[in-house]
Ligand binder design. Sequence first.
Ligand code: FMN
Length: 345
Amino acid sequence: MERARQRLDHLWRRGRDFLGTELAIMGGAMSWISERNLVAAISNGGGFGVIASGSMAPAQLAAEIVATQALTTRPFGVNIITMHPQLDALIDVCGAARVGHIVLAGGLPPSAAIKRAKDTGAKVICFAPALVIAKKLVRSGADALVVEGTEAGGHVGPVATSVLAQEILPALATQLPVFLAGGIGRGEAIISCLEMGASGVQLGTRFVCANECIAHANFKRAFLRASARDAIPSVQVDPAFPVIPVRALANKATRAFIDFQHAVIARYRAGEIEQKDAQLEIEHFWAGALKRAVIDGDVENGSVMAGQSVGLVTREQSTGEILAELVDQAAAVLTARERRQPTAI
Ligand SMILES: Cc1cc2nc3c(=O)[nH]c(=O)nc-3n(C[C@H](O)[C@H](O)[C@H](O)COP(=O)(O)O)c2cc1C
């Protein structure tokens, strides 16, 4: 096992060096969930916690960073959604607090935002949903990439992690650290990511039922009951009215969303509302829905964002245990290989 652990440390050394951590496992930022407690617990467990600032104003983010620093002396990052109306101010808060890593998520970040984030002295991590975009982000100065496949919880693209990995890793993994995300729930999957050339991984769903996670008991219970096939992307009923796909557990709200779209589009077809107003109504359906589920515990009328790996979440555990389990599973793959072929690892 000792030898396997050394081999694992070697496999993800680049990711560890980049993050400044013992393990190259990032805790993917989850709005309302990735606050001081879970973030500090992930970092204290040897991983890399990331604060989700999507629902925060700059002053709230500043307070959250200070509170997280009080709970851990280890490195952690801040995730900023590029569509946030106060994008620049949030970046400046990270700069003032000397945050080491800024993750720019939610759409292609403008080059100016990447530059502003880098000028704070932070390392900048960007989401790359396709090779052309990944190359553009590298040209714009991204220091590392997160490549997230459709299996993930939350906002998703259409392509699987395994396919994106084959598209992006051979082209870019030698140039900069690439972290794979989406559908990773066990250590065996981590080994396969690393062996394909990733420097590390990012997991979200797997951390929701951590003891330290503040999500409502109903939210956690929904995760514990769900299987992979319950985590489905939001359904769009008409190509003229696009819906940003979000993967969440099927519930009353996901079903109501379909009826709601039909009703709004019928009003548009009857000439009662303009197309842009109909589109806005559809977009507003989910406003506040994640908070309703995570904080208020209304898991029928809220959005229970979850990835397909939700089927692998079977009990509440401490964050430290989750991380140790992932590492043990990864090391076990290498140990088994060593037994089969003694010189292989
Ligand atoms: C409940 C939930 C909320 C999320 N919120 C965000 C977010 O605010 N910003 C973001 O960049 N990613 C968000 N994500 C994606 C995660 O950061 C992470 O990339 C993803 O969960 C990884 O895939 P996995 O769920 O298969 O582990 C969210 C995911 C979940 C499950």
